[in-house]
Design a protein around this ligand. Structure first.
Ligand SMILES: Cc1cc2nc3c(=O)[nH]c(=O)nc-3n(C[C@H](O)[C@H](O)[C@H](O)COP(=O)(O)OP(=O)(O)OC[C@H]3O[C@@H](n4cnc5c(N)ncnc54)[C@H](O)[C@@H]3O)c2cc1C
Length: 416
């Protein structure tokens, strides 16, 4: 059923009895043309684009819990295309363009709001680095504006400018960046994939792979074996565990990242703001809560909750950047499992097992990648060839040394 103003009106007159479940709950079939493991943003987007762009609708998405219960519903919702390095730059640029048409494409309100992303800098060196990054963004065709301290003050007067521990030197403003409602993105892709015939199977954990003669033949699941000649893994924080079931050892570690939300406040933050002297980023949700986060918890874990030292660290950074935050009460905090690669960039590639494809290593930046990740992964699964926008997200870069180290911090995942 198509969502529209008319549908709301017609249903209002019909006592709202005309609404249908947003997707079906099918039992798994014995075999599919393709299986996507993981019902997060990336898995659902992959299934949607397999059906829409490649006419492959005999597809199942297998999700161990419920759709959208992983990182896609746990992130701080920031969408941006402000990368420096070739490889990342064209991919996130492609993703932002897909975001801009996503609601029409899915016939679903994902509350995409291009309210701008402001990265703050606090030294001359950082200011120069921002000028370079801004030029790279513009060369890629995206937008970037370098702001002076006074220009930042005019738009964001509540930040700590005077007597601040880390005085603000300026900022890089990316107006097309912003936020989208994270779980609506999962629901929108799920509904659109289901409408094109994809089976979305919840409470169905993959427990092993059927591999014969180096080729994938299907998967073992908690709901029995399911056959497929093409299988895509899109399991984010569980990537190294699921890949291990196929005998693969990946350059990925899993670590916790926390997020926080305050009570609802009147509109105070015009967009997303990031701190340049600590790991802290903040925006305000449409309900009014300040949504913010900081660094990883700094050790390997599969727990979806965080620890107090990081809570303290994040609050300190928030207070240093915008002291008024000390008046707001935190309502909730939660954690997600991040699939950290050794260079901070993701992998969308074939694996040594014929027919088995890998999508993972999103670190803490995979929400903004959701549409392009699904688009490019579907292309790879359907054609066997990488999509040009994701051609550098190769698995063998960790062997060849052609890494995509966006932050220049080397092979230490918890510094990215
Ligand atoms: C606190 C926090 C803040 C973040 N902030 C941002 C941000 O502001 N901007 C941004 O771009 N990114 C952000 N991220 C990162 C982003 O959320 C992730 O990179 C992205 O959501 C990962 O892709 P996904 O949506 O497919 O993952 P998920 O939603 O985690 O999907 C993976 C799915 O695979 C399923 N699965 C796992 N194992 C199996 C199995 N064996 N069988 C079947 N299913 C399985 C899981 O249950 C899960 O549902 C943040 C993440 C966190 C946790």
């Amino acid at each position: 059923m198509r969502y529209s103003g008319w549908a709301i009106l017609a249903n209002a007159f019909g006592g709202n009895r005309g609404w249908r479940p947003v997707w079906r709950a099918p039992a798994p079939k014995p075999a599919y043309d393709a299986i996507v493991i993981g019902g997060g943003g990336h898995g659902l987007a992959t299934a949607f684009y397999l059906a829409k762009n490649h006419g492959l609708s005999d597809v199942a998405v297998l999700e161990r819990g419920y759709l959208g219960g992983g990182n896609v519903g746990r992130n701080t919702t920031i969408v941006r295309a402000n990368y420096l390095l070739p490889g990342n730059s064209e991919f996130y640029s492609h993703s932002l363009k897909l975001w801009e048409g996503l609601e029409r494409e899915l016939n679903y309100n994902v509350m995409m709001s291009q309210r701008g992303v402001l990265n703050l800098c606090h030294s001359d060196g950082q200011f120069d680095a921002f000028a370079r990054r801004g030029n790279a963004m513009r060369l890629q065709g995206d937008d970037a504006e370098l702001l002076t301290r006074e220009e930042v003050r005019a738009g964001w007067p509540f930040l700590a400018f005077d007597d601040a521990r880390f005085p603000i030197r300026g900022g890089l403003l990316h107006r097309r960046g912003g936020t989208a409602r994270h779980d609506a993105v999962a629901w929108g892709f799920a509904r659109a994939a289901d409408a094109r015939g994809v089976d979305l199977i919840q409470n169905c954990a993959v427990t092993g792979f059927r591999i014969e003669g180096g080729r994938v033949k299907g998967v073992e699941t908690t709901r029995g074996p399911i056959g497929a000649k093409r299988v895509g893994m899109a399991v984010a924080g569980r990537t190294s565990q699921v890949a291990e079931m196929a005998g693969l050892r990946l350059p990925i570690e899993s670590q916790v990242l926390q997020a926080f939300v305050t009570e609802g406040l009147k509109p105070v933050l015009p967009g997303v703001v990031t701190f340049g002297m600590g790991h802290f980023y903040i925006s305000q949700s449409d309900k009014g809560g300040l949504v913010f986060g900081g660094d990883l918890d700094y050790y390997n874990s599969y727990a979806q909750r965080g620890n107090l030292p990081t809570v303290e660290h994040v609050m300190e950074a928030g207070m240093a950047l915008m002291p008024m935050i000390g008046r707001a009460r935190v309502l909730r905090a939660w954690g997600g499992i991040m699939d950290m690669t050794m260079d901070g960039s993701p992998i969308i590639d074939r694996t040594p097992v014929e027919g088995l494809f890998l999508n993972g290593g999103w670190c803490y930046g995979g929400f903004k990648a959701t549409p392009a990740s699904g688009f490019c992964f579907a292309h790879l699964i359907a054609t066997g060839r990488p999509h040009p926008a994701a051609a550098r997200f190769r698995l063998d870069r960790f062997e060849t040394g052609a890494v995509l180290d966006e932050e220049g911090t080397g092979a230490q995942p918890n510094l990215h």
